[in-house]
Write a protein that binds this ligand. Structure first.
Ligand SMILES: [Mg+2]
Length: 386
């Protein structure tokens, strides 16, 4: 089954109101920008995938698709996924660091050709994965307590809060208010979003917000609130500090959504940088290699819980990965009403991926990613294509 074409498009999904993610010191976002790629084959099978391409990087991926990825992949056997992965690594090293969504689309074509969902091709057996509601904004403790109660009533068993306040006391106050509201039975995760340089500074760029001492002090405070993990507390390349923090912290330390490539992932695993690794099938490395990485991490008693702050199509790829991993017990599900809701994030799918009343998201049983695209909606959202 030869690859005959690779196409890409950028879509913009308007938000119902401006959204101020904790990781956007520059201000409110008015829309979610994302990409959709299609890999066409000579057997008529078309693989699709999609991911978040914020901060205006979608057009850069399209340029890479047109000038590099398409010429590199056309003519290859789609089943030769390790060969595809190496071609994408070449692109990642020289042209654009996040071409991995194309690898997910190739795998979607493989699954469709086999008539099986990817997680079954990869040995998974769980038909559903427990989802946690991943919030995106920093809101007042009282507001977050109310928000959390509502999503727990809807069925979610876990919630991820963002902390990005000036002081530890303010960060902890939000988490404490939520713990008091939801009680001891709900998992609370805390994401500091400190791994990437642009998020580590005060809005005016004048000073660092977090350092090692603040990360450890925060972890100790959060331990008293029964927090499930502290995510991205330090710069992504400070391997030594991450290892020291993971060793010293009373709660699990999670991260690596921004560490690219299998080389970095293996290095961080060997160095013990995290208790929980969070590579993203669309952002971090080729999805088949992430399945392999999951096995390596399982052999070291580490969990792999992929990052999945993405559209419904982006979540679909990570959901197949989650369901195939022996050491993954949560699915990140972007959900922060009234803005981050399936009506916006899943609008490119004919059927949104919805959690049930127990907060479980069923893995689609259709072939490949198991999802179908709503092309009428996609056309209306498309702002650029190649
Ligand atoms: Mg994160």
């Amino acid at each position: 089954m030869r690859i005959t074409d690779v196409r890409g498009r950028v879509i913009e999904m308007p938000y119902p109101r401006p959204f101020v993610p904790s990781w956007a010191p520059e201000g409110a976002h008015r829309a979610m920008s994302a990409v959709i790629v299609e890999v066409e084959t000579d057997e008529g099978v078309v693989g699709v995938a999609g991911g978040d391409m914020g901060h205006g990087t979608g057009p850069m991926l399209l340029a890479a698709v047109k000038d590099w990825i398409r010429p590199q992949l056309v003519g290859l056997d789609a089943f030769a996924t390790t060969h595809v992965a190496n071609r994408l690594r070449y692109v990642a090293e020289y042209v654009f660091p996040r071409p991995w969504v194309v690898g997910v689309a190739v795998w979607d074509a493989v699954g469709k050709a086999c008539g099986r969902p990817l997680y079954k091709l990869w040995g998974g057996h769980a038909g559903s994965v427990r989802a946690y509601a991943s919030f995106g904004e920093v809101r007042s403790p009282a507001q977050r307590a109310e928000d959390s109660l509502r999503v727990v009533e809807e069925g979610f068993q876990g919630i991820k809060l963002r902390v990005h306040s000036a002081t530890i006391d303010e960060d902890v106050a939000q988490v404490a208010a939520v713990r008091e509201a939801v009680g001891p039975g709900v998992a609370i995760m805390v994401d500091a979003n400190q791994a990437a340089a642009r998020w580590r500074y005060a809005p005016d760029g004048s000073r660092l917000i977090w350092d090692y001492d603040r990360a450890l002090a925060t972890a100790r405070e959060l331990a008293g609130l029964g927090v499930a993990w502290l995510e991205e507390p330090l710069p992504r390349h400070d391997y030594r500090a991450l290892c020291e923090l993971t060793t010293a912290s009373p709660i699990p330390i999670a991260g690596c959504e921004h560490n690219r490539g299998i080389g970095q992932l293996v290095r961080m695993l060997e160095d013990g940088c995290f208790d929980i690794f969070q590579p993203d099938a669309n952002e971090s490395e080729e999805i088949g290699a992430l399945r392999d990485f999951g096995a390596m991490a399982a052999a070291r008693q580490r969990r792999v819980i992929p990052h999945a702050w993405a559209t419904g199509l982006g979540v679909a790829g990570n959901l197949q990965l989650c369901a195939s991993l022996p050491n993954c017990d949560w699915l990140e599900y972007p959900y922060d009403p009234p803005v981050i809701v399936p009506e916006v994030f899943h609008s490119m799918l004919t059927k949104p991926l919805l959690p049930d009343s127990s907060g479980m998201v069923g893995v689609p049983e259709g072939p490949g990613l198991g999802v179908e695209l709503d092309y009428a909606t996609i056309e209306s959202l498309t702002v650029q294509q190649v």
